[in-house]
Structures are given as structure tokens and as C-alpha cells.
Design a binder for this molecule. Structure first.
Ligand SMILES: *Cc1c(COP(=O)(O)O)cnc(C)c1O
Length: 815
């Protein structure tokens, strides 16, 4: 889709500053890091909390971008590019999308609800793609930014749109409605998700229904509370119900083997449809799809044939370690152009290796000719500096000359058969294929073989939590994030990489070697070392880490090395002890500290910090305030006498929440990033980051009087069904969690841990649970939570998280 810059000026009602209004635009971007930015990009400088797109304009100009939508033009750049000045850049992006949408008048399905939006959208795409050229949101791009970016992808070749809209507070839907302008509305399941932003469920429903304000028809599960608010609108409705016979479609369901049979009554017609799922959520989502097929007047046979082929949807992008030190980015479930763009941006953000390979299947993209499509794909791949392309499928293979270092295979079996002839080592590999190519077979060949226990880390949740804490701070307050102890057990490099992506200001580690491994892996953010041992000073200097200096002895030792090497202004951080009594200069050392620093040019005080002992417990509020007061006094003295303006910081996570007045110039976020708060109210706003998962190795039946495990510490008092799970204390599960104290979750049910926890295994009671060998087991995550386990074991979540041993594989994913 091409746009003309001049038209954009009038669409956005912008003030124009520039020399070249005839430029054509083929890419709309908001991400300064994307390698897809180029001369034909129009970059919207969005302004968020702590992150302002205007700051990257000069770097983007250097990379060749020439067209910007801004609220103001950075002074020195006035003559260097074309600028469209608007009042609010996000609103401008939305306005642009809304105008673009208005150019088309084919049907657009708009979806909203609390659950199931993305699945229903993906399924409808699958069900309707044989007959339509469909445009839809990639992944779950359904936010105030995601929706406009999705809608801008509409082009002349499309004849059906499917867009989902997600909101988290009131007044957001109205904006999304003007962008999507759906002609057909679907309300999916209304659960309790995201209730925080609304005062009650009714308000939430009312807000969601705003999406259908101008729709011709609304499809929904009949409920009084929805009816009430729909009546206010003018749309027709097409409803379904399993309880209310006045609905347009009345259904009853029964389970047959692993399927669900729906008996359907529509007026005086009755028929049956088989759905390949049994769980409530999938059945409900299938019904939403069925309703659209009925509304589109498909015949029964087609409906049955297509619905029978529905499949679980995996929207995640997963990062995994593979053989020969490769990193795998697994996106093996979809292969349309929009999601390829997203995956390539993600790949660029994961700079583990210099070498980048993509394994790509034929691309399912309606509308374009193959020549056009693969030319676009080729441009993308070349601009993302992919070193090697492995093309799988006959269509893409025909265009092999468009790709760098391309190897082709007819199909996945062909690739697997030739696997030994290919080499994979020290590179990042993006695996992206349409579902029917079954690229999971490729992933399993490349994956590192480890045992079945994994700690899954949700990268979206980390971003969410980071933004939550950012939103509590003044926009000028800097953020240091603590990634010590392997990112609180969650993974060092991957999390640091994500934080770099979010442009936090600093990372904090405990020891020099943690910092060195991050720097060696390519992390560019400044890193403070809390506990620099004298023996590591050389390594600290060599790797440009920044030591925390907490004693005169340490300072003198560091100065000696710094002077030997003729360093100038090497950044150091001065730690003051204000009452924690762990590390730091005390009040009586301050004069000598000042005297030592005064005449010295080899180091420069980058920041002054202290640490609070009781920021999490308001019982000790007076003590906490006395620490802050002493910090104010001593840090001011240092600043005055040394004539310096360093960054000052004293707050950790609970300090951010409880003592926001003391945020100074920077805060040090730790546990909160990983989704844990010591405040129950605040906990509701955080998302769970880590889920420790294993599987059932074996199921056994034991009789009353038989025992389980070492020391026979569990004695069955009745016939009992038990499961053995391959995770034990060597993986970091406390033995105190065994013998009836703790539980794991299997198929959403609690299974009590019985007997003593072994080194590599534990046993649970599954008498009442419907499960089989190989089923997934949750050790912690949504339930039980890390906080719950910590409370039960009379410890703190920090200990539970950091105890998970390194032999447990970490898998990172993004939704
Ligand atoms: C670990 C640590 C933090 C972070 O603490 P949280 O309670 O996890 O937020 C901050 N500052 C220092 C000095 C630390 O050691």
C-alpha cells in the first residue's frame, strides 16, 4: 500500500515543514529499532511514559528515514527531513488509520470480548480464507497502537477484514471503533479479565459494545445484561444461547469421545455439528465462528467440513536454546506477511548471534501475486540482514534467486531427510511456517534436548510490569533494573535484552562476572556492580562495568588501579549506609570520602545511592523516613562539597510503591519486574512472569496401607492414584514443600505432594483428577503463586524464584 506524503498532511491536519511533499510512503513505523525503516517510511514519534519517539529522530535520519510525524521538531534537525507537526502523535496515527479504513467498503468483522478474540479471529481467517482475501490483525495487535497499525495494512486486493479490539479502560473503544468501523460485530466471552480498569462488569460490557455502534449486525451469546445495552444501539442482532430459547440459535451440547456434538435449532430447522474440542472455552469460540458461517449462509456440509478442521492456535513467539549454541525463535504456526514483519523485528531485538538464518515456508497471503509477494518478502529479509534463507515449499522455492544464500526444500520431510547435510551453529534461527508445514518437526531437531521441566518466562508480562512501575514514577525519573542472580532466576541475557529494548537506563548485578557475561553477550546498557570484589576491579574496567564503591578501602584500591591505567572520569557509584548496615559509607567516613575524591580525576561519581531496610513494611515507617532523611543529608553534602550533580537513588520495588516522594533521579526495580508485590492490592495489577512446568512421568494405583517414597512418609489410608513428576530438590523445590504441605496444578486441579520430595522427582495424589501420563504439571505460576508458596514455607518469593536451579531450562515467549 502506498501513500502520498502530501495527502497525509491534509489527512492529519498537520503543519508541514519540509522540502519534498511528493515522496511516496510504503511503511508506517513507530519502532525506531526496526530494520524495516527506510526512505519510504513515515515514522510516528509516539510519546509514552519514559519513552519518547522524538528522541530517536536523529538516529533514524542517519539510517535514511526522512518523514516524521511529530509534536515538535528537534531544533537541530529542522532542515534534515520532512516533518508533519500535530498535537498528538498517537491520535494522528489513529486518524491516519481511520481515514485509510474509510477508503474501503467491503465487510469488516470487528471482534471484542474478554477472552477468545485472537482465537476466534485466527479461526475465522482459517474458515473463510478459501473464499475471501482477508486482512486481519497480526498476532494479538489489538491495542490503541496495534489496531491502527493493523488497519493500515488494508489494500485494494482485500475483500474481507477481521479485526479484534482490546481495551483496558473506559473511553478506549470509541477510538478503536472509528478505526475499524466494523460492519459485523462479534462479542466473544465476557470474563473477568482486565476488570481493574472498569468499575464493574456492566460498565465493561457497555464500553465493549461501543465497537458495534455503527455495525449492521451484532453476534453474541444472549444475556440480559448485553441485551439491555444493545437495545440502545441500532444494530440488528444474531444471538445464540444454551439456556434461552428466544435466542436466534438455540444449542445443546454433548461430549462424544474427544469431540463435542452441538445440536442446533434455528427457527424450525434442526441440525448437528461436530466440534473437535471439549473444553468450554474452545467450544464457545467455535460457536462464535459457527455463527458467522451461518450468517454468511454457508451450507451445512461446508460448515461441518471446515469446523472439523479447527486447531488449537499458538500465538507465541518462543526463544529456545538449541544444539551447537544456536538460539531458536519458534514461530512455527503462522506465515503471513504481517506476522513475518513482527517476527523479524523480534529477531532483530534478540541479538544473541551475528549470524541470522530464517527457515521459511510458502507464505499464505491472499491478494498479491506470488511475484509481488515474494519481492516484498525478499526486501524484508534483505533489510533485516538475514545471512541465510532456508526456503521450504514449492512456491517459495521458485523465487530462491531473490534470497541471500538460499537453500530450498520441497517440503518439511525433504528438509528432515537432508538435515545432516546442513550445518547449524552459533546463530539465531527464526523458524516461521504455515501450520500445515508442521515446522514443529524442525524445531524438535534443532532444540537442545533437556528433561521435561521448564521455566517459561512470559516476556509480555515483564513489559507489562515494567510499564506498571514506570507509570508510578515521574516521567523524568530514570530506572535501573536489577538483573542480579540470573534475573531473579528468570534468565539473564534475554531479560536484559528486553530491558534494553524498553530503554531502561541502567542494569544492576551483584557480581562482576554477571555483568561480564551480559556485556560479552552484547548488552550495551550501563551496568552497575553492587558487590565488586577487589580482585575483579581489572575485569570491571576492561568490560566497562561500573562499580558500586562502599568503603574507603575499596575506593583507594580502585583509584590505584584507575591511576595505573591512566583512566579519566571512570564512572563509579557511591553507596551510603543509612541504616541497612550491610554495605556503604557511614556518616563518619564522609569527610574522608570527600577529601579522597576531591583531587581525583581518574574516577567520576555517576551516582549516589543507599538501600532501605523496611520499604516493604509500613510498621517501620519512621525508620524508613529516617533513612531517607539521612540519605538527603549525606548525598547533599557530597554534592555540595564536590560540586557534582550525580544521579541519586534509594528506592527498590516496594519503595517505589510506598515512598514515591523519595524517587530522586532514579529507582532500582527488582522483584516487581518479575511479577511479585508484597502488597495484595498492587499484586492484582502485575502479571505472572514465570511458570515452572513439568509433566507426569508415570501414574500408579496403590492400595490402602501401601506407602510412597523414602522413609514411607506417606501411608495410603485408601486406594490412591498417584503420579510421579520429574522435578525435585535438586531443581530447587524445597523439601519442606513435600509431605502434604504443597501442591501442584494438573488440568486446573490441585494435586497434593505426598511423601518426601526426592532429588529429581516428587509424587502427588491424583485420585480425584482426570489426567494421563505426559500431561502438563504446573509447579508454580498462576496457581500456586510464588508468593503463596513463600508464605507457606515461611520465606520470601525472592528465595523461591532464585532457587530454581540452572539445569531447569528457561523458555522465553511473547504473545
Ligand atoms: C536487590 C536490590 C534491589 C531491588 O530490590 P527489590 O526489592 O527486588 O525491588 C535494589 N537495590 C539494591 C541495592 C538491591 O540489592
Amino acid at each position: 500500500m502506498n501513500f502520498n506524503l502530501k495527502n497525509s498532511v491534509s489527512i492529519l491536519n498537520a503543519k508541514w515543514f519540509g522540502s519534498n511533499p511528493e515522496t511516496t510512503i510504503d511503511t508506517i513505523s513507530i519502532d525506531s529499532r526496526s530494520l524495516q525503516n527506510g526512505i519510504h517510511t513515515l515514522f510516528f514519534a509516539l510519546v509514552g511514559h519514559n519513552n519518547d519517539g522524538h528522541n530517536y529522530i536523529s538516529a533514524l535520519i542517519e539510517k535514511g528515514v526522512r518523514n516524521f510525524v511529530v509534536t515538535h521538531i528537534p531544533e537541530e534537525l529542522k532542515t534534515k527531513a520532512n516533518f508533519l507537526v500535530v498535537e498528538n502523535t498517537l491520535e494522528a496515527l489513529q486518524q491516519f488509520a481511520s481515514h485509510h479504513r474509510s477508503q474501503f467498503d467491503f465487510p469488516i468483522i470487528g471482534l471484542t470480548g474478554s477472552n477468545g478474540k485472537t482465537i476466534v479471529k485466527e479461526w475465522l481467517n482459517f474458515l473463510l480464507s478459501p473464499d475471501y482475501n482477508i486482512v486481519r490483525n497480526p498476532k494479538s495487535y489489538n491495542s490503541q497502537v496495534g489496531v491502527p497499525l493493523s488497519v493500515i495494512a488494508i489494500n485494494e486486493k482485500h475483500n474481507l477484514g477481521i479485526f479484534e479490539a482490546g481495551i483496558s479502560k473506559v473511553n478506549e473503544m470509541e477510538k478503536l471503533e472509528t478505526i475499524i468501523q466494523p460492519t459485523i460485530g462479534i462479542l466473544t466471552n465476557i470474563g473477568s479479565a482486565h476488570d481493574e480498569g472498569f468499575s464493574n462488569t456492566e460498565e465493561k460490557i457497555k464500553e465493549k459494545l461501543q465497537l458495534f455502534k455503527h455495525s449492521e449486525i451484532v453476534i453474541y451469546q444472549k444475556k440480559e445484561i448485553v441485551d439491555k445495552h444493545l437495545k440502545e444501539g441500532k444494530s440488528k442482532t444474531f444471538s445464540w444461547s444454551v439456556t434461552d430459547k428466544t435466542a436466534d440459535i438455540f444449542l445443546s451440547k454433548k461430549s462424544v469421545l474427544d469431540k463435542t456434538v452441538l445440536h442446533i435449532q434455528q427457527g424450525n430447522q434442526e441440525f448437528e455439528i461436530r466440534i473437535p474440542f471439549q473444553d468450554d472455552a474452545s467450544v464457545e469460540n467455535s460457536i462464535s465462528c459457527l455463527m458467522i458461517l451461518l450468517y454468511f449462509k454457508y451450507d451445512l456440509e461446508t460448515i461441518q467440513n471446515r469446523i472439523e478442521m479447527l486447531f488449537p492456535v499458538e500465538m507465541r513467539l518462543e526463544v529456545k536454546n538449541g544444539i551447537n549454541n544456536i538460539t531458536i525463535i519458534d514461530d512455527s504456526y503462522s506465515s503471513d506477511f504481517q506476522s513475518l514483519k513482527i517476527a523479524l523485528d523480534f529477531l532483530e531485538n534478540q541479538k544473541q548471534h551475528h549470524k541470522k538464518t530464517i527457515i521459511l515456508s510458502d507464505i499464505v497471503e491472499s491478494g498479491l501475486t506470488n511475484e509481488e509477494l515474494y519481492s516484498k518478502v525478499s526486501n524484508l529479509i534483505i533489510s533485516n540482514k538475514i545471512t541465510r534463507v532456508i526456503a521450504i515449499g514449492t512456491t517459495i522455492s521458485a523465487f530462491e534467486n531473490k534470497f541471500p544464500n538460499c537453500v530450498t526444500f520441497e517440503n518439511t520431510e525433504d528438509f528432515v531427510a537432508n538435515f545432516d547435510r546442513l550445518t547449524f551453529s552459533n546463530e539465531t534461527i527464526l523458524i516461521k511456517g504455515a501450520r500445515h508445514f508442521q515446522f514443529e518437526n524442525i524445531v524438535s531437531l534443532l532444540e537442545e534436548k533437556t528433561h521435561e521441566t521448564v521455566l517459561e518466562i512470559n516476556l509480555n508480562a515483564i513489559s507489562h510490569n515494567l510499564n506498571f512501575f514506570k507509570s508510578k514514577l515521574k516521567s523524568t525519573t530514570k530506572m535501573m533494573v536489577m538483573v542480579k542472580a540470573f534475573g531473579y532466576g528468570s534468565g539473564g541475557f534475554e531479560i536484559a535484552k528486553l530491558l534494553e529494548h524498553h530503554k531502561v537506563d541502567y542494569l544492576g548485578v551483584a557480581f562482576a562476572d554477571e555483568g561480564i557475561s551480559l556485556k560479552s553477550a552484547g548488552i550495551k546498557l550501563p551496568i552497575m556492580v553492587l558487590n565488586p570484589e577487589t580482585t575483579s576491579f581489572s575485569a570491571i574496567i576492561q568490560h566497562q562495568l561500573e562499580p558500586e564503591i562502599y568503603s574507603l578501602k575499596g575506593l583507594k584500591a580502585f583509584l590505584k588501579i584507575a591511576e595505573q591505567r591512566n583512566l579519566e572520569h571512570f564512572p563509579i557509584h557511591i553507596k551510603i549506609d543509612t541504616g541497612m548496615h550491610r554495605l556503604g559509607f557511614e556518616e563518619e567516613n564522609i569527610d574522608e570520602l570527600i577529601a579522597t575524591l576531591k583531587s581525583n580525576k581518574s574516577v567520576s561519581v555517576k551516582s549516589i545511592l543507599s538501600h532501605m531496610a523496611t520499604s516493604d513494611d509500613l510498621k517501620h515507617i519512621d525508620f524508613a523516613n529516617s533513612q531517607i532523611d539521612l540519605f538527603e543529608k549525606l548525598s547533599s553534602k557530597l554534592m555540595n562539597e564536590l560540586q557534582i550533580q550525580p544521579i541519586r537513588h534509594i528506592l527498590n520495588t516496594s519503595g517505589i510503591s510506598n515512598f514515591p516522594k523519595a524517587q530522586y533521579d532514579m529507582v532500582r526495580l527488582g522483584i516487581g519486574l518479575y511479577g511479585v508485590s508484597n502488597d495484595n492490592e498492587e499484586q492484582k495489577y502485575l502479571e505472572n512472569v514465570g511458570t515452572l512446568k513439568s509433566v507426569i512421568s508415570q501414574i500408579k494405583f496403590i492400595d490402602s496401607g501401601e506407602s510412597v517414597g523414602y522413609g514411607r512418609r506417606f501411608m495410603a489410608s485408601k486406594a490412591t492414584k498417584i503420579a510421579t513428576i520429574p522435578i525435585g530438590y535438586a531443581d530447587g523445590i524445597s523439601r519442606h514443600w513435600g509431605n502434604g504441605t504443597g501442591f501442584v496444578t494438573i488440568n486446573n486441579q490441585k494435586a497434593t505432594i505426598i511423601g518426601s520430595i526426592c532429588m529429581d522427582m516428587l509424587m502427588v495424589d491424583i485420585t480425584e483428577i482426570n489426567c494421563k501420563e505426559g500431561d502438563s504439571v504446573i509447579i508454580f505460576g498462576e496457581s500456586p503463586t510464588v508468593t503463596y508458596i513463600a508464605n507457606q514455607l515461611q520465606t520470601i518469593p525472592y528465595e523461591i524464584l532464585t532457587s530454581i536451579s540452572q539445569r531447569v531450562k528457561r523458555v522465553f515467549y511473547r504473545e
